[in-house]
Design a protein around this ligand. Structure first.
Ligand code: NDP
Length: 327
């Protein structure tokens, strides 16, 4: 496993990390969750990703129960949560990025995960109803209180991230260190184009999500597919509609052939491709079964097979390179 700096911060995060969306406290049993965390940790993964909304708090609870059983030293791993969507409560005080919810959500996440502090704390989406100054102050105060170590954003625009930095600079506060955007072979614009200046100006780190487009980029949706595949879940019907289209299946066929030529599997190609982007600090893996994580973790070694020529071949197949703005 290799480690990369989280943006301009000094924190070294494993280039592959592990998250619990859909799976922990929901799709998979707690024993499987524990085995997956063991496998990840033993492979050198040092970052585990979570959020208040995942299974309405149950995902944090399962992860906390697992962590408290382990003899892993607290200084050997990085733990995150995210605030915005709430943990199931629908009242206006129970969600958003106002000071009250940020403070309460952080306390609740620490309690569910049975830890004294969170290493990374993300604003899960921008909150159009709360002044950004209030959010920046609230996150800064949590750092000052020792409850979180770094704060960041998820699916914020470059403009919103820069606004947070302007506020931080004005009041001498700590600004966001990292952003958590979606990034995979089918979704590229934010990471490759929109943030291209922000990496340089404020040294933004990225913890990217859905590297395999929720499993679509494994190729397993060709032909017959099992009921327990993620994109068969009723609540994700909207995502299946976007992904399971002929144009994408044609790309999958060609990528699969390329992966075979390289001596790797399609999921390994998908994860390795994300790792080749130097602005990616860590690729967050998801898995519902042990064989999946075992397979995907190998991408750390296999990424060296993705040379410039292979990247060009992939580019030809994908045919979706986002245009860089012309100056
Ligand atoms: P992926 O795109 O890698 O999807 C993971 C899923 O794909 C698995 O649960 C499994 O689903 C399937 N899969 C993965 N590997 C294989 C394999 N080798 N063979 C067959 N199937 C495979 O990542 P996620 O979408 O899970 O995202 C990773 C993490 O990112 C999340 O856990 C979460 O922590 C974070 N995230 C953050 C978001 C945000 O808004 N900030 C949003 C979404 C995720 P199955 O077996 O059910 O088909």
């Amino acid at each position: 496993m290799e480690y990369r700096r989280l943006g301009k911060s000094g924190l070294q995060v494993s280039e592959l990390s592990f998250g619990s969306w859909i799976t922990f406290g929901n799709q998979i049993g707690d024993n499987t969750s524990e085995k997956l965390m063991d496998m990840a940790y033993e492979a050198g993964v040092n970052f585990f990703d979570n959020a208040e909304i995942y299974a309405n708090g149950a995902s944090e609870k399962v992860m906390g129960d697992i962590l408290s059983k382990k003899s892993w030293s607290r200084d050997s791993y990085i733990l995150s949560s995210k605030v915005f969507f709430g943990a199931g409560g629908k009242l206006p005080t129970q969600r958003g990025l106002h000071r009250k919810h940020i403070v309460e959500a952080c306390e609740q996440a620490m309690k569910r995960m049975k830890v004294d502090y969170l290493d990374l704390y993300f604003c899960h989406r921008p909150d159009k109803e709360t002044p950004i100054t209030e959010t920046v102050w609230s996150m800064h105060n949590l750092i000052q209180q020792g409850k979180i170590l770094y704060w960041g954003t998820s699916e914020w625009s470059a403009q919103e991230i820069m606004e947070a930095h302007m506020v931080a600079e004005r009041y001498n506060l700590i600004g966001p260190t990292m952003e958590q955007p979606q990034y995979n072979m089918l979704v590229r614009r934010k990471v490759e184009v929109e943030f291209s200046q922000v990496y340089r100006t404020v040294g933004l780190g990225t913890t990217i999500w859905s590297p395999l487009a929720s499993g679509f980029l494994t190729g397993k949706y060709k032909g017959k597919h099992a009921k327990d595949f993620r994109l068969k879940r009723e609540e994700l019907g909207w995502l299946a509609e976007i992904l399971l289209v002929e144009e994408n299946f044609n790309k999958i066929d060609k990528l699969d052939a390329l992966a075979k030529n390289l001596g790797m599997s399609l999921p390994q190609l998908g994860v390795s491709w994300c790792l080749k982007n130097k602005n990616v600090s860590t690729v967050i893996l998801g898995a519902s079964k042990e064989y999946q994580l075992e397979e995907n973790l190998k991408a750390s070694e296999l990424k060296t097979k993705i040379n410039t020529q292979v990247l060009e071949e992939i580019e030809l197949i994908l045919d979706n390179k986002p245009n860089q703005p012309q100056f």
